[in-house]
Design a protein around this ligand. Structure first.
Ligand code: HDL
Ligand code: ZN
Length: 414
C-alpha cells in the first residue's frame, strides 16, 4: 500500500473508533432512580478510591483522620496533594482533567471552586445525558448486589430503570463469605444453613431465580481471589457447581468471573485497599471444558494471566475475554493487552470496559481507551493491508462495532 492509502486507512479506523457507540459491559454506576448510589461531580471524581490510594503515598496522615473528613475536605486534600503539590500525571489524575476539559471547563485555571460551581448547577438526570453523549455510550452495565444494605431496598421498591442502564446480578457475598450471607438469606426467608445440604442448595437456586426475575440481569458476576479453584470442596465450589452454573444455564446467562483480586491487603485504605495476585488459568480452563453449555465472561487482574486467558479463549468458544481491568487499565498495558488479543483472537473479544464508579469517569475512561485501541487497530489494519488485503470502510466499521458492543450482545444470545 502506498502512504496515501495508509493515511486513508488510518483515518477510516480512527473515525470508526471515535464514532463507535459503546456498550460498557462492567461499571459500578447506577441509574438516577437509585438516588445517591449514583456518584457524579468533581468531589466524587476526586475521592475515587484510585486517587485516595495515590494521595496516601505522600501523607503521614492517619487513615481514620482522612475517613473522618467530609467528602469535600477529602477532595480538597486529594486536589492539593496530587494536583497542586505534585503534577497530576497518573492515569487517574489525568482522567479527572480529561473530564473537566471535555466538559469545556478551564483546566488551565486550576480553579477547584469554579469546577464545583459548574456541577452545582446540574441535576443527575441531565448530567447522565451529558456524560453518555460526551462518551458516546449507548448502555452501561451496572453491578447490582442484593446483599448490599443500601441497594437492596431500592430494588424492592423500584418500578422503572433508565433503559440505558442494564443490570448484573453480583454474588460475591454468596460465593466468598457464605457463612455471613447465609444469615442474611435466612432473614429474608430462605431456608438455608451452612451445611450446604440439598435443601440449602435448592433455596440458593430459588434466591438466584427470584433476583434474576427482579433484576433481569445480563449476566451473573463475581470477583474472585487469586487462589480461586474449581472444582473445590468449599462453599464457593459447591455453590458454583450446584447453583450458579445450573441457574446460568437455565436462564442462558453468562457467568462473569473477575479473577485475581486480593481483598484488603491494607484495610486502612478501605475500598482502595485491594491488591492483585496471579491466578491459576487452569480453573478457567476446567470450567469452560466441563460446562460447554455455559458461557463464561472473564477478565483477570494479573498482567501475566491476561496472556494465558487469551490463549484459553482460543480453546473455548464459550469463553469471552473482556476488558483491561483495574490495575491493567493504564495506557501502557491497554496497548500491550489489546495488541496481544488482536494477534491471538482476531476480533473475537471485548477490548475494554470502564469500571466507572463515578458517572463522569465514562468520559475519560472511554476517551483514553478509544485512542489506544485505535492506535493498535491502525497498526493491525496496516499490517493486513501490507499483505495486499485492503479492508473496506464498511468492514472496518463492522469489526469495530463488534469490539465496542456487538460482540457482547452476540455472546449473550449464543
Ligand atoms: O470487583 C470489582 O468489580 C472491581 O472492579 C472493584 O470494584 C474495584 O474496586 C474497582 O473499582 N476497580 O476498578
Ligand atoms: Zn468493577
Amino acid at each position: 500500500m502506498d502512504n496515501t492509502t495508509n493515511r486513508d486507512l488510518e483515518q477510516m479506523v480512527r473515525s470508526a473508533v471515535d464514532n463507535a457507540s459503546i456498550t460498557d459491559v462492567h461499571t459500578h454506576l447506577f441509574s438516577p432512580q437509585f438516588g445517591d448510589l449514583l456518584l457524579w461531580g468533581i468531589d466524587d471524581l476526586l475521592t475515587y478510591h484510585y486517587l485516595i490510594a495515590e494521595t496516601f503515598r505522600y501523607l503521614d496522615l492517619p487513615y481514620d483522620a482522612f475517613w473522618s473528613m467530609t467528602k469535600q475536605e477529602q477532595a480538597d486534600l486529594v486536589w492539593k496533594t496530587l494536583f497542586v503539590e505534585n503534577s497530576p500525571i497518573s492515569e487517574a489524575c489525568r482522567g479527572v482533567l480529561t473530564v473537566l476539559s471535555k466538559l469545556g471547563l478551564d483546566v488551565e485555571a486550576r480553579d477547584l471552586s469554579a469546577y464545583r460551581e459548574f456541577f452545582r448547577s446540574k441535576t443527575a438526570e441531565e448530567y447522565v445525558d451529558t456524560c453518555f453523549k460526551l462518551a458516546r455510550i449507548d448502555y452501561v452495565v451496572m453491578t447490582n448486589d442484593p446483599f448490599d444494605d443500601a441497594e437492596r431496598p431500592i430494588w424492592l421498591s423500584l418500578d422503572e430503570i433508565d433503559p440505558r442502564f442494564k443490570s448484573v446480578l453480583r454474588i460475591d457475598p454468596l460465593l466468598n463469605s457464605f457463612e455471613s450471607s447465609s444469615r442474611k438469606l435466612q432473614s429474608w426467608g430462605y431456608e438455608v444453613d451452612t451445611s450446604l445440604s440439598k435443601g440449602t442448595l435448592a433455596e440458593i437456586r430459588r434466591f438466584l431465580s427470584e433476583w434474576i426475575a427482579r433484576m433481569n440481569p445480563l449476566y451473573l458476576a463475581a470477583s474472585l481471589p487469586p487462589d480461586f479453584a474449581f472444582p473445590e470442596d468449599s462453599p464457593r465450589g459447591r455453590i458454583i457447581e450446584r447453583c450458579v452454573l445450573p441457574i446460568c444455564k437455565e436462564y442462558g446467562l453468562p457467568f462473569g468471573m473477575m479473577i485475581g483480586v486480593k481483598k484488603l491487603v491494607n484495610p486502612g485504605l478501605r475500598l482502595a485497599g485491594d491488591s492483585v495476585g496471579k491466578s491459576d488459568i487452569g480453573t478457567v480452563e476446567r470450567l469452560c471444558s466441563s460446562y460447554p453449555d455455559n458461557k463464561f465472561l472473564v477478565t483477570m487482574l494479573s498482567r501475566e494471566n491476561q496472556h494465558e486467558l487469551a490463549v484459553a479463549a482460543r480453546k473455548y468458544r464459550n469463553l469471552m475475554v473482556f476488558g483491561c481491568w483495574w490495575f491493567l487499565n493504564n495506557p501502557s498495558l491497554v496497548r500491550e493487552i489489546t495488541a496481544m488479543r488482536c494477534e491471538l483472537l482476531g476480533l473475537s473479544f471485548i477490548p475494554q470496559h470502564s469500571d466507572a464508579r463515578v458517572l463522569d469517569q465514562v468520559i475519560y475512561k472511554w476517551a483514553h481507551s478509544r485512542k489506544i485501541i485505535a492506535d493498535v487497530l491502525v497498526d493491525k489494519y496496516n499490517d493486513l493491508a501490507a499483505t495486499g488485503w485492503t479492508p473496506t470502510e464498511d468492514e472496518i466499521r463492522r469489526d469495530i462495532a463488534g469490539l465496542f458492543g456487538q460482540n457482547f450482545w452476540d455472546f449473550l444470545k449464543r
